[in-house]
Design a binder for this molecule. Structure first.
Ligand code: HEC
Length: 88
């Protein structure tokens, strides 16, 4: 019985945290977009587009080639955010 309680508490804890972490990733993606993608053009430029995840990945990589400052990890967060928010 005790074991069951411990397991269900852990389960509830994880379930309760899930929306929080997705929300945090969204916030981070939005912040990266405003911070790093508005250096050379307004962030409205990417926001006016609708792309598939593959297209966003290649756009962001292209921007990194031009000088956008993102780590690999930040790139992944941003591409995921863009793909979810600005999809066709
Ligand atoms: C170092 C300067 C620079 C930074 C930083 C930058 N861009 Fe760009 N971006 C450009 C230039 C120059 C163009 C126009 C020429 C072109 O499209 O290659 C452009 C065009 C675009 C376009 C329109 C063309 C297309 O492929 O749809 C999008 C979308 C875009 N940028 C998204 C982004 C995103 C997202 C970021 C943040 C990761 C970003 N840019 C950061 C320089 C930059």
């Amino acid at each position: 019985m005790k074991k069951f309680l411990v397991v269900s508490c852990c389960f509830l804890f994880v379930v309760a945290l899930l929306p929080v972490t997705t929300f945090a990733a969204d916030e981070k993606g939005a912040a990266l977009l405003e911070e790093r993608c508005s250096v050379c053009h307004p962030s409205a430029r990417p926001k006016s587009k609708q792309k598939t995840p593959e297209q966003w990945e290649s756009t962001v990589k292209r921007m990194m080639g031009k000088g956008a400052r993102l780590t690999e990890e930040e790139k992944d967060v941003l591409v995921e955010y863009l793909s979810k928010t600005y999809k066709p």
